[in-house]
Unconditional design. Structure first.
Length: 494
């Protein structure tokens, strides 16, 4: 990527928003996507080649076919028309197109419309993001672990060479971002080798870690290997964090890991799974993250009672408590006095943002400051992105190559060693159900396409991916059904 290009300062989300609106609103445009999609004669993806040529990164036209030239003119026309309402100049668009991550993202969106048709919310051609649990090995014993991680790796984990082949496959199909998780991903001896391999292919590379292993040297190595974003788990202050994580002294090592990442200039987020265990201390924790740790983001994770988390299901928030937390987070996000971005993995957060017409737009937890500045197209783009992205915008992969809709929704769809990934992504019946939002039990909600509820929570409580998310304030009646008799029970919905 051109070192002079700073995507954080660009207006790329506006470009994406208006591109989406242009293609969605025009039947002729949708037909033309099919014409320009696919690969060139040399095997290069045509849409991505067009964006590179448009940005000035390609000057040689000797290998262009008639179809290439026609496709280029079509895209050039729509980019020009799409930019006008936002007052974006051609030069700004060309700068945006120098970013390989954005080029692949736009290709993924447009190819998704060509293959799946127009949907609200949309399914991308390939997952925008794959959360890859590299290993089951972990040095902690967290009470809510969605991976059932332990002190040893599982014997069937992908080898280094297998992992590189997977990265190659993800590159070819257009995956934009890879988030390495676990277990504790830093315990894999080949972690930095794999991270660099992915970064060298221009993936947006992130890592989710407990932070206890991040010394100053490790923090520097993370940055040098091409990791762009580090997400470190912190469940509260010392006593509650250590109790929740199962090992005394964890908090101090985690805090130091966060500080080390911030010090070397990594984009650093503190991730907190919110339960009754820490619910009342969240505002103080945000202040601590902002003023003491100086991280860029505070990310509130939705508690999902899956795997080990089932053992603490009674710690789940009441719908009223979850709503209160979401509004607190959003008030902090709006505030000019708060320097840390406060985001949430709860899809209801998008609904709260839409309800506030003057506040920043938040369509997903992996957002940017520029994306939150989108105003005019907020509702359209919100319904296009659609809250919960499980099985539409992202998926998970287990250490042995099992593909799941989401790491919190551990239903095996297939295995990347045994099956073609795109066959799974395109055709699996469970993914078809997840994508058919009109069949959700909360389909009368006016925010169905913006939010959709957490599919992992729906499945955890009701054994049905189309069931309601009982944590939503609009679904309180289902929460009350679950709580009949005084205890929260699974699978109470019929």
């Amino acid at each position: 990527m051109d070192d002079s290009f700073d995507p954080a300062k660009s207006r790329n989300p506006e470009l994406v928003a208006n591109t989406v609106e242009t293609w969605l609103g025009n039947p002729f445009s949708r037909f033309m996507i099919k014409v320009i999609s696919g690969k060139r004669e040399n095997g290069e993806h045509r849409i991505e080649w067009i964006f590179k040529k448009f940005s000035g990164l390609i000057n040689d036209s000797s290998d262009e076919t008639i179809r290439d030239k026609f496709a280029y003119r079509v895209v050039e026309f729509f980019l020009e028309k799409g930019a006008e309402p936002f007052g974006i100049t051609f030069e700004e668009i060309k700068d945006v197109m120098k970013d390989p991550v954005l080029r692949r993202a736009l290709r993924n969106v447009l190819d998704g419309i060509a293959y799946f048709g127009v949907q609200r919310p949309q399914t991308t051609y390939a997952p925008f993001l794959v959360v890859w649990n590299l290993t089951k090995q972990c040095n902690l014993r967290c009470k809510h672990c969605y991976e059932n991680a332990g002190p040893k790796p599982s014997p069937d984990e992908l080898t280094t060479e297998e992992a590189k082949k997977v990265i190659d496959e993800f590159y070819d199909i257009g995956v934009v971002a890879i988030a390495f998780s676990g277990g504790e991903p830093l315990l894999r001896k080949d972690f930095f080798e794999l991270a660099k391999y992915a970064a060298d292919k221009d993936f947006y590379v992130s890592v989710a870690t407990n932070g206890t292993l991040i010394s100053k040297d490790v923090a520097r190595e993370l940055k040098e290997s091409g990791v762009q974003y580090v997400e470190i788990s912190l469940d509260g202050f010392e006593e509650e964090h250590d109790e929740f994580r199962g090992i005394k002294g964890t908090w101090r090592r985690t805090i130091q890991g966060i500080k080390n990442c911030v010090e070397v200039g990594l984009d650093t987020a503190v991730a907190t799974t919110i339960t009754k265990h820490n619910y009342k201390n969240i505002e103080k924790l945000i202040e601590f993250v902002e003023k003491e740790l100086k991280a860029n983001r505070f990310l509130a994770f939705n508690f999902v009672p899956t795997r080990r988390g089932k053992d603490i299901i009674e710690q789940d928030l009441e719908p009223e408590e979850r709503e209160k937390i979401q509004k607190l987070l959003y008030s902090k996000l709006k505030s000019t006095d708060c320097r840390v971005q406060t985001l949430s993995t709860a899809p209801q957060y998008a609904r709260i943002a839409i309800q506030d017409e003057n506040g920043p737009a938040v369509f997903t937890h992996f957002t940017s400051q520029a994306a939150m500045n989108v105003k005019g197209k907020a509702r359209t783009l919100g319904e296009f992105i659609g809250g919960c992205g499980a099985g539409r915008l992202y998926c998970g992969m287990e250490p042995n190559g099992d593909i799941v809709p989401c790491v919190f929704l551990p239903i095996k769809l297939g295995n990347i060693r045994e099956q073609n990934f795109m066959d799974i992504w395109r055709n699996h019946p469970l993914l078809q159900k997840i994508r058919n939002r009109n069949e959700f039990k909360c389909n009368t909600c006016p925010y169905l396409y913006v939010c959709g509820g957490c599919r992992a929570r729906a499945y955890a409580y009701f054994n049905d991916v189309q069931a309601p998310d009982p944590g939503c304030i609009h679904n309180k009646k289902y929460w009350d059904i679950l709580k009949r008799g005084g205890d929260i029970k699974l699978y109470a919905y019929k």
